[in-house]
Write a protein that binds this ligand. Structure first.
Ligand code: SF4
Ligand code: SF4
Ligand code: FES
Length: 243
């Protein structure tokens, strides 16, 4: 007979900003409960002042990420049982490498500013009266772009990255993954500026290929490989070659 689930979860929750303390709440253990369910139950039944963020609850918006027992996770798609098994202790903290707004909610502005700095927006010279561009699904560029396109901007890779912790100016895995996706989009016309943007001291060459970003990405993307592609592109341009 498997051991019965404990009746209560003991949940330590960070309260405060960059300074603060852990506060413990006891929450009923339920089958199929997610970490986000636990946080929501605390906020609705025990302390309405607890700050956290979520929107979709189905793994699409990227807003619910937190540090759960030391590891960054999307909390709406993370079951309690996947984290603690049949044990009862959970520790919840805000994502690392972000400024804490309050409790479990972090400030994302700098993270998304880096997408802008990495030229992470699509630029085209096509006119609205032109027909849709045809990009064969089997082409090398299309496959490279598709491999990174499903990013939900959750910040988990950024939170897991040691280089971001050491160098707050580093563009980081999500912004660089976005730049690589656009670099492979044959409709985009901003690649010279994009390569300039990612080639600097806080760009792709700062990555030490430790792969934490890739290990933790909840969408199974591989920013490390995207960054390797950017390094090759920067080198190729310096040598006057096409990729
Ligand atoms: S592989 Fe690069 S971007 Fe990813 S976590 Fe390591 S240093 Fe950061
Ligand atoms: S690359 Fe993955 S971990 Fe990073 S922001 Fe996108 S979805 Fe989240
Ligand atoms: S609430 Fe949207 S991804 Fe979790």
């Amino acid at each position: 007979m498997p051991k019965p689930l404990p009746a209560l979860l003991h949940v330590e929750v960070w309260r405060g900003t960059d300074t603060g303390r852990f506060q413990t709440f006891d929450v009923p253990r339920r089958e199929h409960q997610t970490i986000l369910d636990v946080v929501t139950e605390i906020q609705r039944t025990q302390d309405a002042t607890l700050a956290y963020r979520f929107a979709c609850r189905v793994g699409m918006c990227g807003s619910c990420a937190m540090t759960v027992n030391g590891r960054p996770r999307w909390t709406c798609r993370t079951r309690v049982s996947d984290v603690v098994g049949r044990k009862a202790r959970i520790r919840l903290e805000p994502l690392r490498n972000f400024t804490v707004v309050k409790d479990l909610a972090v400030e994302m502005t700098r993270f998304f500013d880096k997408w802008r700095d990495a030229k992470g927006s699509f630029e085209s010279d096509r006119q609205s009266d032109q027909d849709f561009a045809v990009v064969p699904p089997g082409s090398r560029e299309r496959q490279a772009a598709d491999a990174g396109i499903e990013c939900i901007g959750c910040g988990i890779c950024y939170s897991a990255c040691d280089v971001v912790a050491w160098d707050p100016g580093y563009l980081g895995p999500a912004a660089l993954n976005r730049a690589w996706t656009l670099l492979n989009d044959v409709r985009d016309k901003a690649n010279d500026a994009r390569i300039d943007a990612v080639a600097g001291g806080s760009g792709c060459h700062a990555c030490h290929t430790h792969m934490s970003c890739t290990a933790f990405c909840p969408k199974s993307l591989a920013p490390t490989y995207a960054i390797s592609g950017l390094k090759r592109a920067v080198t190729a341009r310096a040598l006057g070659r096409t990729r």
